[in-house]
Design a binder for this molecule. Structure first.
Ligand code: NAP
Length: 315
């Protein structure tokens, strides 16, 4: 049976469009996959499912029969906001490879902070020979904001490296060896006992600005922050205040409210900030395409739409 064309919808200037289309075609040889720009009106009218990478909403609106879209990214907050007035189902990427890559990044940057690398780098610049006190990972608490696909994988990796691990989510989770919290009280209790705080939350109305003067003041001792979730979860001015006041010793930031980070942003030169260009967990095109292929095949076979974003929850 010949299915309607499966469009790939990215921004017109997306440099990865051709590579994505190639990877998706390899994973789905029975499908006809084309960039949306190559489709005529008749083809657009027939599309029921599209594969998307940060699409322009107006491109999706050109396909009136569209039932669901499969994103090749894990974070879909922009699409959720852009398509608020539609009932289009948004399926985000859930890929064990992505979780694994993120867990590796969380471990790498946790170790960077745990072994005082920012401090030793600064001491070297000043030709200062000064050993700092060593604290075992068993005596350090890493607190995760978000215990979903990425947070749970990060928790397991940190546990395997002997850190004390706790985590916070909207609903109370149970994870082996992890002290779990939920709710505002739970967050305050977790922050009170934190050495390294790792953000792996989605950006929603509830999480926007969650890390602010109030929550930073709940940290029980000087701590470090790793933000791998979304930039707007952190109130940037509150972050600057808590770094300058000593409540936070260092921040590793991979995500920012505006990306690329503007040239005149204070983060670039702040001695207690490490800037990363949104690289903590890049999507692997081959593994992601295989997951997309399985989702599309189930839809073609039995009309099943994979688990999708809950528009009320926002993720
Ligand atoms: P997920 O599986 O949907 O998990 C989200 C977690 O956040 C869940 O534990 C959820 O709680 C929790 N949460 C959501 N809203 C909350 C709230 N208001 N209060 C407390 N907890 C809340 O998502 P994921 O796959 O782990 O991905 C998380 C985010 O990582 C993505 O949305 C994306 O923004 C970001 N990301 C970044 C990169 C990068 O390269 N920097 C790469 C991929 C993804 P429940 O468990 O109760 O549902």
């Amino acid at each position: 049976m010949k299915y309607p064309v499966l469009p790939f919808v990215a921004r017109p200037d997306d440099p990865f469009e051709a590579a994505w289309v190639d990877a998706l075609r390899r994973a789905m040889p029975a499908e006809t996959i084309e960039p949306i720009g190559r489709l005529d009106e008749a083809a657009l009218q027939a599309c029921e499912v599209a594969i998307v990478a940060n699409p322009r909403p107006e491109d999706l609106r050109r396909m009136p029969r569209l039932k669901w879209v499969q994103s090749v990214w894990a974070g879909v907050e922009r699409m959720v906001a852009d398509l608020r007035d539609t009932d289009l189902k948004i399926v985000r990427l859930v890929d064990p490879q992505l979780s694994d890559t993120m867990a590796e990044a969380v471990l790498a940057w946790t170790l960077y902070l745990h072994r005082d690398m920012p401090k030793y780098a600064s001491q070297q610049r000043q030709r200062q020979w000064k050993p700092l006190e060593y604290v075992r990972p068993q005596d350090k608490t890493v607190s995760l904001l978000g215990l979903g696909a990425l947070g749970a994988a990060a928790a397991a990796r940190l546990r395997a490296n002997a850190f004390r691990v706790q985590g916070w989510s909207r609903t109370l989770r149970t994870l082996p060896g992890v002290t779990c919290y939920a709710g505002d009280d739970g967050l305050a209790r977790m922050l009170a006992d934190t050495d390294i705080l790792v953000c792996l939350l989605p950006l929603t109305e509830q999480t926007r600005g969650l890390l602010n003067d109030v929550t930073f003041s709940q940290l029980g001792r000087p701590a470090c922050l790793i933000n791998f979730g979304r930039g707007a979860i952190v109130d940037d001015e509150a972050l600057r205040r808590v770094l300058e006041g000593g409540g936070l010793r260092h921040a590793v930031l991979d995500v920012f409210a505006t990306e690329p980070l503007p040239m005149d942003s204070w983060h670039w030169t702040h001695p207690a900030v490490t800037v990363l260009p949104h690289v903590s967990a890049p999507t692997d095109q081959a593994t992601a395409s295989a997951i997309v292929a399985a989702n599309v095949a189930a839809f073609r076979r039995i009309g099943a739409i994979p688990p999708h974003v809950d528009r009320i929850r926002g993720y």
